[in-house]
Design a protein around this ligand. Structure first.
Ligand SMILES: Cc1cc2nc3c(=O)[nH]c(=O)nc-3n(C[C@H](O)[C@H](O)[C@H](O)COP(=O)(O)OP(=O)(O)OC[C@H]3O[C@@H](n4cnc5c(N)ncnc54)[C@H](O)[C@@H]3O)c2cc1C
Length: 254
């Protein structure tokens, strides 16, 4: 698929919805509209929030499929974890419906790459699920699906789960693994981290014939890559998008 050159857009907020206590979904309509590949991101301008009053930029994966339209007009969604005191998320969360922000898009090579006959495992923590939602809801995925798909989603508690119904609908039951590191006793899904699931279920994975997509916390990505290397997975079968590096001593179970 041909890569689009990034353009500057004015994105007007259409709707804002809380998905969990600290994750918000934003729906925008952009002028001009733009094409992107599922998995790509927008770089938004945070006016005056940098040193000396300069603008800052923050990257956000587009969480909706490239085909999303509202009332016949193209639209796009972002799925954002609110970070206390963070300039990017504070700015986004301050936007009111009708207000516009400036962004440049599309950016990124972390895109769905159809490979006939190969399986796909998408591994995410938190809002790292956003690009995978875009991928599995996209036309290119529907037209060129992997031999099988599994999404591993890691979070702390049940209240942090994102897009469960939608993803189960897209993938069929049994293909979404929700791993909770601080699950309540009555949680029926997997208890632990996504990397624990990989280790404990190694017999379920066709390591040599799977494309692995990793997104979210850098600590999870590093640990998952170590597991994949131990299983002899080729580097060319591993695709990653690191959202942030963990603070010293922090793991992806914190
Ligand atoms: C390519 C790319 C795509 C991204 N897409 C998304 C996205 O779709 N949704 C999203 O929520 N974030 C995404 N991020 C992270 C985003 O760019 C910002 O870093 C984040 O929103 C924090 O910005 P801030 O200015 O509010 O806080 P900052 O002051 O810049 O960040 C403070 C700290 O918050 C923590 N942090 C940053 N991002 C996250 C996160 N997602 N979850 C938990 N803790 C975090 C880190 O420890 C970071 O050091 C993406 C990052 C990259 C590089």
């Amino acid at each position: 698929m041909e890569k689009q050159k990034p353009i500057t857009v004015s994105a007007r907020l259409i709707a804002k919805k809380s998905l969990t206590p600290d994750v918000v979904e934003f729906t925008f309509r952009s002028e001009p509209s733009f094409s992107f590949q599922p998995g790509q991101f927008i770089s938004i301008v945070i006016p005056g929030a940098g040193p000396g009053g300069r603008d800052l930029r923050r990257a956000y994966s587009i969480a909706s499929s490239p085909e999303l339209a509202l009332d016949g007009q193209p639209a796009f969604e972002l799925c954002v974890k609110l970070v206390e005191g963070g300039p990017g998320t504070t700015y986004l969360n301050s936007l009111k419906p009708g207000e516009a922000m400036t962004g440049m898009t599309p950016f990124g090579d972390f895109v769905y790459k159809p490979k006939a006959g190969r399986h796909a495992i998408f591994i995410s923590t938190g809002t790292g699920l956003a690009p995978f939602r875009s991928m599995v809801l996209s036309r290119i995925y529907a037209e060129h699906p992997p031999a099988s798909t599994r999404i591993l989603f890691g979070a702390r508690a049940e209240s942090d789960l994102l897009y469960t119904t939608e993803i189960v609908k897209a993938l069929g039951t049994g293909n979404l693994v929700q791993a909770l590191s601080r699950a309540q006793a009555d949680w029926c899904g997997f208890k632990g981290r996504v990397t624990d699931w990989l280790r404990e279920n190694e017999g379920q994975i066709d390591w040599a014939n799977t494309e692995f997509y990793l997104c979210g916390n850098g600590a999870m990505i590093d640990e998952a890559k170590q597991i994949l290397a131990g299983k002899g997975v080729e580097k060319t079968s591993i695709h990653q998008e690191v959202y942030y590096k963990p603070k010293p001593g922090e793991t992806h179970a914190n």
